[in-house]
Structure formats: structure tokens, C-alpha cells
Design a protein around this ligand. Structure first.
Ligand SMILES: Cc1cc2nc3c(=O)[nH]c(=O)nc-3n(C[C@H](O)[C@H](O)[C@H](O)COP(=O)(O)OP(=O)(O)OC[C@H]3O[C@@H](n4cnc5c(N)ncnc54)[C@H](O)[C@@H]3O)c2cc1C
Length: 491
């Protein structure tokens, strides 16, 4: 008889896990509290405008290809497009830089703006390349809180030779400062820890793998929008007979004598299962288990304020697919987010215009614009009351960096605040990436993937190991599935 696997939540981690398990003879059910599948990787369509409401940038496309190939999913129709140059940065002093670009263009940029003509930059990238190799063999391939297998021990021992790596184990911003001289390139590098919702001034230097992997493997877009990834996975799940339920919030994970038994839905219905995987925020699971809440000591990652704007006019051609309008004082911005827990008075603003490279996402002559600023994740905060202040500050920065969005051109608008993220995805404070990666402990020892006291209960997705971001949650599904095989099938 097939074993029954219940996945609570349909984020990319949960969907990827469903693919792996259903390709291997499990009977899989997915229960999602919202009315669409995909979790934060989601879609909003109105009047011919199509917006990705969450991720807009794909890194490590090989992780996606590996998932599809391992699970026998037909994916040739998914067209990953490599964006070169990737991002245009606009600075407070009026300067503009595109980075990363082709190798010759990046070399010319370093020659122009770096006092040492890029020597420190290449040193930093060489360290980051080794860190990436080390992570690929260890951190991405095993769960730190589990006893490693014989192969994993061998891999770890083999990797010990990387440990003396200079520059890899300090503070992120200070390490950048030691290698990069121009204030502009420093600010570009400082932004990378925000890919996992963290501050460059508090994050460990190991996060240098992020600028490395973006420069080495590129930044990608999926034609038609990133939600095509979810559509492809869901179609494959349907073919395999996976049962997906939307508008199906799970109110309890049932367990008896230290063994999971299934889940209860808000309707009162019970679904029995041999294994349950929770793909929501792992730190909130106790509420579903009927256990006291975990003490809330660790700091949460950032949330965001997002405007999805359909414009009835094109933006000028010098606004790119990805544009960053930087604040004039980055340290102050992160102090306001993480220390004062308030929205920055001058936020850095990210503008993503998919219709610049993919006209299918907007009606003819129009533009699909995603505008985002980082915000603190404060549980229970009523953001809706601050709406006019938020747009005033965001739009003020855009105006000063030469990007004008005329109110009269906006024909579609949907706004996401941390409060809306919290409510929609049940993520405390609207924290997008679970816990902040502000120490080696929170970066490497994230909430465990296997429940310590309840056999058959596992975790997958951005709040657990190895962390947030689309490629990481796919890797998380691989690790979770290996644990399930090890503890539920092999033993
Ligand atoms: C605005 C934004 C921008 C981002 N940008 C990028 C980017 O450019 N590149 C990138 O790689 N990543 C980006 N990310 C991060 C990326 O989207 C996430 O890391 C990833 O999609 C999270 O997947 P997950 O598997 O952790 O599940 P999630 O997406 O967190 O989904 C979990 C699901 O579980 C459901 N759930 C929770 N509790 C219950 C319950 N009790 N019953 C039923 N269902 C439940 C929730 O409703 C949710 O749908 C971004 C995220 C956001 C929000």
C-alpha cells in the first residue's frame, strides 16, 4: 500500500517536495489556505496586466532544471531568459551603474571606479567562489542538525581544507570594505544580504556567495512571468494524481503517542496521513500542534512594501527590467528597519518592469511595474494606516532618481504591506525569509527539518534549512525528501 504524505502549504518548497514524492510512489495531498497555489511565488492579473507578486529574479537556474529532470517533468516550454546586464543602479549622487554585466564591461567598470582597478574585487570573488563550492558540497547537501551519512562525513572532511579561507568568516560589510573602494560598488554589494532579508552590517561574510552566484551563473527571468514555474509543477502533479486543495486552511496537525496521524481542516474534516510536512513558517508550528508557542528570541528577516502598478504609458527606455534607486544613507536605512523597527524615511526602492523584456505581461503600449521597498517585520503592526506615508517616501526616492510614475497613468494598483503578507501567508510580521541571517547560528542552524518529538512530522521551505529564496527552497525539498526516505522508509 502506498504511504500517505500530507503537505501543509503550497509554497515552492512544498510543491517541489510533492513532485519528488509523487514521482516515487507516495500518495500525496497538498492543503493550501489561500485560493491559489504557489505561496509567495504567486500571480495577480487584471485588465491584461500580469504581475508576479513575489519573486522577480531567478538565480541558480540549474537547481530548477535538476528538479524537473530528476522528477521527469517536461519543461522545455519554460523559457528561462538570461538578463545581461542584469540591474541598473541609480545613486544619490546622480551616477548610474549597470552590474553585473558581461565580463569585459565589468572589467571596464572596475578599471574606472576602483582605486586598485579591481584587484580587491577579484580577490573577494575568488573567496566567494570557494565558499560557494564549500556550501554546494556541505550546507546545500546535508542538514546540520542531523547525523551525517558516511558519504556526507567524507564530503565534510574533504571540505575542511577550505576552512582556513581568509575573509570568509567575518562581518559582511567590513569584508566588502576591505576589498572594494568605491562607495557605489560597496553599496551594490551591501544590497545582496537583502536577498535573504538581512542587513549587510549584521550578516556574516559567508553571504558573499550571493553576489558570486549572481555574477557567475547570472540572473534570469521566465518568459510569461515566474508563475509559469508553479503552473508547470502543478500540471505535472495533476498528471501524477496528486490531490491539491485550495482555500483549505489546516487548523491542527494531529498526533498521538509521539507519532503524527494527519491534519484537521478549518471545516472540521480530518485527513489521515503517515507523514505530514509543514511548508509554512516553521516557528509557528506549535499552534497547530496544540503546544505552547516557542519563545520568540531570534530576529526575523525583513518584510516589504510592494506596489503592483499597471501603467497606461511606457516608462522611458533607460528604466531597465531591474532598476534600483538607492537611498543616500544605507546604514541609517538598515538601522531604521532593524533597530528602530520602522519604515525608513528614505528607502532604497527596487523597480521591476517585466514588460521591458516581456511584452506579453502588459497590454500594448502599457507597462507592468513592481515597486518594492524593504520594511521591518513587526508582528501585529497595522500598516494599512500608514499607506499615504509609504507611497510618499517611495515615490519621493523614485522622483529624485529620475523615475516618474504619474498618478494619472496608473490604471491598475494592488498594494502589499507586511500586514497583508502576515495575513495571507501566516508569516509572523510578514517576514519574507523566516529568521534573519544575522549570525552564523541563524544562517546555518535554522529551525530543524524534522520534528524532534513527533515522528513523521517534517518541515520544508524558506523558514527551515538551507534558507529562503526560490533555489534554496527547492534544495530544501530535496533534503526534506531524503530525510523522509531515511526515517520513514529505510528504517
Ligand atoms: C515580495 C517578495 C519578493 C521575493 N523576491 C524573490 C526573488 O526575487 N528571488 C527569489 O529567489 N526569491 C524571492 N522571494 C522569496 C521566495 O518567494 C520564497 O523564498 C519562496 O517562494 C518561499 O517558498 P516556501 O516553500 O518557503 O513557501 P511559501 O511561499 O512561504 O508558502 C507557504 C505556504 O503555506 C501556506 N500555509 C501556511 N500555513 C498554512 C496552514 N495552516 N494551512 C494551509 N496552508 C498554510 C501559506 O499560505 C503559503 O501559501 C521573494 C518573496 C517575496 C514575498
Amino acid at each position: 500500500m502506498k504511504k500517505r504524505l500530507i503537505i501543509v502549504g503550497s509554497g515552492l518548497g512544498g510543491l517541489s517536495l510533492a513532485l519528488r514524492a509523487s514521482s516515487n510512489d507516495w500518495e500525496v495531498s497538498i492543503l493550501e489556505r489561500n485560493d491559489t497555489l504557489g505561496g509567495k511565488l504567486n500571480i495577480f492579473e487584471q485588465n491584461g496586466f500580469r504581475f508576479d507578486t513575489g519573486p522577480s529574479l531567478i538565480t541558480l537556474p540549474q537547481v530548477f532544471a535538476e528538479l524537473f529532470e530528476q522528477c521527469g517533468v517536461e519543461h522545455e516550454h519554460l523559457r528561462f531568459r538570461h538578463l545581461v546586464p542584469l540591474t541598473q543602479y541609480r545613486f544619490a549622487n546622480g551616477e548610474q551603474i549597470t552590474y553585473p554585466d558581461t565580463l569585459p564591461a565589468t572589467a571596464a567598470l572596475l578599471e574606472r571606479i576602483e582605486a586598485d582597478r579591481g584587484r580587491g574585487y577579484w580577490q573577494l570573488m575568488a573567496t566567494a567562489a570557494k565558499l560557494f563550492e564549500l556550501s554546494s558540497r556541505t550546507f546545500f547537501e546535508s542538514v546540520p542538525t542531523e547525523i551525517p551519512s558516511r558519504e556526507q562525513v567524507q564530503m565534510l572532511l574533504h571540505s575542511l581544507r577550505w576552512l582556513p579561507l581568509r575573509n570568509a568568516w567575518g562581518n559582511y560589510a567590513r569584508t566588502v570594505d576591505r576589498h572594494i573602494t568605491s562607495p557605489q560598488l560597496r553599496q551594490i554589494f551591501y544590497r545582496y544580504p537583502t536577498y535573504v532579508g538581512s542587513s549587510p552590517y549584521r550578516a556574516p561574510a559567508t553571504l558573499l556567495v550571493i553576489p558570486y552566484l549572481e555574477a557567475a551563473f547570472g540572473g534570469w527571468y521566465v518568459e510569461g512571468g515566474l508563475y509559469r514555474i508553479v503552473e508547470t509543477i502543478v500540471a505535472a502533479l495533476e498528471q501524477r494524481g496528486v490531490r491539491t486543495y485550495t482555500s483549505a486552511p489546516v487548523t491542527a496537525i494531529l498526533h498521538r503517542n509521539g507519532k503524527v496521524e494527519g491534519v484537521r481542516l478549518a471545516t472540521g474534516d480530518v485527513l489521515e496521513g503517515d507523514v505530514v510536512v509543514f511548508s509554512g513558517d516553521a516557528t509557528t508550528v506549535n499552534a497547530l500542534l496544540g503546544m505552547p508557542a516557542q519563545p520568540n528570541k531570534a530576529e526575523r528577516s525583513m518584510s516589504g512594501v510592494i506596489y503592483l502598478l499597471g501603467l497606461r504609458r511606457r516608462l522611458p527606455t533607460d528604466v531597465h527590467h531591474h532598476t534600483i534607486a538607492f537611498s543616500s544613507d544605507y546604514r541609517r536605512e538598515f538601522d531604521q528597519i532593524f533597530e528602530q523597527r520602522q519604515f525608513p524615511d528614505e528607502p532604497t526602492v527596487y523597480v521591476n518592469v517585466t514588460s521591458k523584456t516581456d511584452p506579453t505581461t502588459a497590454p500594448q503600449g502599457c507597462e507592468t511595474v513592481f515597486v518594492m521597498a524593504n520594511a521591518p517585520a513587526v508582528e501585529g503592526k497595522r500598516w494599512e494606516q500608514e499607506m499615504s506615508m509609504l507611497w510618499e517616501r517611495i515615490n519621493g526616492v523614485l522622483e529624485r532618481r529620475g523615475i516618474t510614475i504619474a498618478e494619472s497613468d496608473v490604471v491598475v494598483r494592488s498594494v502589499w504591506t507586511p500586514e497583508r503578507f502576515e495575513r495571507t501567508y501566516a508569516m509572523p510580521g510578514g517576514a519574507i525569509y523566516g529568521l534573519a541571517s544575522h549570525s552564523y547560528r541563524t544562517a546555518f542552524l535554522r529551525p530543524t527539518m524534522r520534528h524532534r518529538r513527533i515522528k513523521g512530522l517534517y518541515f520544508v521551505g524558506g523558514s527551515t534549512h538551507p534558507g529562503g529564496g526560490t533555489p534554496m527552497v527547492i534544495l530544501s525539498s530535496k533534503l526534506a525528501y531524503n530525510l523522509i526516505l531515511r526515517y520513514e522508509v529505510d528504517s
